[in-house]
Design a protein around this ligand. Structure first.
Ligand code: FES
Ligand code: FE
Length: 439
């Protein structure tokens, strides 16, 4: 049929047919062409800190268990009994030497082997326990972030797949010498909208001052300056990944004090800033601690490294629904008072009941409803195509996402092409930063 993504570099326009949000057949195709093939985020290593620790969650529509075995190795298994399919783990998280399937009590070690079957004399010689271990998925981690792929032919290593996004994961993981950790407790919620609307929204700074007026007012009332309308930059990181970096000076309890954090925190926050400068030198320390950024990792992971660090996994549930899982990431060795401050900003900003998220959910649901009127066929994502270095209010990150979506949906895989074309380094962007978008 007609193309869904209409990318016209000659006219500097970029349109997406709204069927991409509403069509059930396309939603089904996304599962096989995108979620069965890409590397997908499972969780963070800190969520399984010790032997036997596990988390059970859905990834790409499949229930999985990420477990650290008694041998210390992190593995990702299908959360499905090899006997007749029941979930072998029904708790979202915990610590166990083994998993016992509730249906007939088959028992699997935390390294995936089938170790016990009740009434074993009921089987003939052709039945061997070794044949019925849990199915193990190919997984790998980059700086603590664990991903899995369900594609046996996935040609890329995780690091290759992450392409330019590794630079941003480094900026996150460098925020603590002791390592970063997920703060216990995920927030799970849903929205009656297509998952891609939320991916676009998470990396869209254009809407910030318009949609989040109340939050802007709240920040101003606390003496802080919300993100400016102009400045910063957006970057295509290859293979559908993209980032926005806001101009320096945004508030970061990590190491950049502003009045909204309260005077009592100032000395501690400034002491942390000094340690960063010692570790990394002034320039990188400044980039880590004073810049807010939004990182999109294709297809469904968002990391918003702003006042707090929010990890958001956005899973489709058919064309018109999505599930959102949100956790906060923080330095392991953080001062307990600063940790409380961080948690409160996580909850009041990007938490499901914070200042920003309810607005965002409401607006993506509104887009979903509006898109049902098929008379208006296309959405526009052209903003910034006329610039060499798009600013954060431009729609470059969404275009990078959509181009990869389109390549994968066309079935060519988009697996083998060069991730992005290098471009000149614009002023104010660290050396080695590609500024332009791939086409
Ligand atoms: Fe798991 Fe039978 S389904 S033991
Ligand atoms: Fe928003």
């Amino acid at each position: 049929g007609d193309p869904i993504v209409v990318d016209d570099p000659g006219r500097l326009t970029f349109r997406v047919d709204r069927r991409a949000y509403t069509d059930d057949d396309l939603a089904a195709q996304e599962m096989t062409r995108i979620f069965d093939r890409c590397w997908l985020y499972v969780g963070h290593e800190s969520e399984v800190p010790g032997p036997g620790c596990y988390v059970a969650r859905d990834v790409g529509g499949r229930p999985v268990v990420m477990a650290r075995g008694s041998d210390g190795v992190i593995r990702v298994f299908a959360n499905s009994c090899t006997h007749r399919g029941a979930l072998i783990c029904s708790q979202p998280a915990g610590q166990a030497r083994s998993f016992r399937c509730p249906y007939h009590d088959w028992t699997f070690s935390n390294q995936g082997e089938l170790v016990g079957v009740p009434i074993p004399d009921g089987y003939g010689p052709g039945f061997r326990k070794a044949d019925f271990g849990l199915a193990r998925h190919r997984s790998d981690s980059y700086r603590g972030f664990v991903f899995v792929t369900f594609d046996p032919q996935q040609p890329r290593t995780l690091t290759e797949y992450l392409a330019g996004a590794t630079e941003y994961l480094d900026l996150i993981d460098d925020q603590s010498e002791a390592g970063m950790e997920v703060i216990r407790g995920a927030q799970l919620h849903g929205a009656r909208a297509n998952w891609k609307l939320m991916m676009e929204n998470s990396v869209d700074i254009y809407h910030f001052r318009a949609l989040h007026k109340r939050y802007v007012g709240y920040m101003e009332s606390l003496g802080s300056v919300p993100p400016r309308r102009r400045g910063g930059f957006g970057r295509a990181l290859g293979l559908g990944h993209a980032a926005n970096e806001l101009p320096p000076a945004a508030a970061r309890p990590l190491a950049h004090w502003t009045p909204m954090f309260g005077a009592e925190f100032r000395p501690r926050i400034e002491a942390t800033a000094a340690r960063f400068a010692e570790r990394f030198g002034a320039e990188r320390a400044e980039r880590i601690t004073r810049t807010n950024r939004a990182l999109l990792i294709f297809p469904n992971l968002m990391i918003i490294d702003a006042i707090a660090i929010t990890i958001r996994k956005i899973d489709p549930a058919g064309a018109g629904r999505m599930a959102i899982t949100s956790v906060a990431l923080a330095p392991k060795d953080e001062d307990p008072d600063i940790r409380e401050l961080r948690k409160s900003h996580y909850l009041t900003f990007l938490g499901p009941a914070g200042f920003a998220t309810p607005d965002d959910i409401e607006i993506v649901e509104s887009c979903q409803r509006g898109c049902l009127n098929r008379t208006v066929r296309y959405s526009d994502l052209s903003r910034g195509m006329n610039k060499e270095v798009p600013e954060t209010t431009d729609e470059l990150p969404a275009r990078e996402f959509w181009r990869q979506w389109d390549r994968l949906m066309q079935g060519d895989g988009g697996r083998f092409e060069v991730p992005h074309r290098a471009a000149g380094t614009p002023a104010g962007i660290p050396a080695g930063t590609p500024g332009a978008e791939a086409r």
